[in-house]
Design a protein around this ligand. Structure first.
Ligand code: IMP
Ligand code: MG
Length: 185
């Protein structure tokens, strides 16, 4: 059995902050409905499921999958589209929902690509931001929590595809906490 991963942000803290973010988004986009919420898979799905239920204006979703990390804990700089959007976003008010912004490399790529499709507006919403190495060329309109530069898992965020099911954000503090997942195929 692997060691428990200590919580950095507890479930209640996540829910409270996401409720505030949903209210703020609903206020800001009132009069510009409908909103298109775009999730960057796979990490976004838990955050987005909670966020959308706190939004009270007409909203539709779409998803894209971009890969920047593979299975490693460091950004590779290689960004590729695995799944593109299903809908045309031209003329739509679009909000990108990210799980975490680390270097910002992934998002720089996504922003350029989506801006070229002529949305009416395009903004960024991220549950977590690691300011230490961030090199994002665009402003973050909605930010859940700024965190230190350490590897976090849970609430959608993974290590080698695992630990997305952890109900809180945990900070990995020793390799032993990940041993089990290194052994699984
Ligand atoms: P960036 O391109 O460096 O900003 O990396 C963004 C992506 O890397 C995120 O959407 C995550 O999928 C992944 N990532 C960055 N930091 C972490 C982390 O601490 N834990 C898990 N995944 C992370
Ligand atoms: Mg991601």
């Amino acid at each position: 059995m692997s060691q428990a991963i200590p919580p950095l942000i507890r479930e209640e803290q996540l829910h409270e902050r996401i409720r505030e973010m949903g209210r703020q988004i609903s206020r800001d986009y009132a009069g510009r409905e409908p909103l298109r919420l775009i999730g960057a898979l796979k990490g976004c799905f838990v955050f987005m499921a909670d966020l959308i239920r706190e939004i009270t204006i007409p909203v539709r979703v779409d998803f894209m999958e971009i890969s920047s990390y593979g299975n490693a804990m460091q950004s590779s700089g290689n960004v590729k589209i695995i799944k593109d959007l299903t809908h045309d976003i031209a003329g739509e008010h679009v909000l990108i929902a990210e799980d975490i912004i680390d270097t910002g490399l992934t998002l720089n790529f996504v922003m350029e690509m989506l801006l070229a499709r002529s949305p009416a507006s395009l903004e960024i919403c991220s549950l977590l931001v690691k300011p230490a190495k961030m090199n994002l060329n665009y402003p973050i309109k909605y930010q859940g929590f700024a965190i230190e530069d350490h590897f976090v898992v849970g609430y959608g965020l993974d290590y080698k595809g695992f630990l997305r099911n952890l109900p809180y954000i945990g900070a990995v503090s020793s390799n032993e906490q990940l041993l089990l997942f290194d052994q699984l195929n």
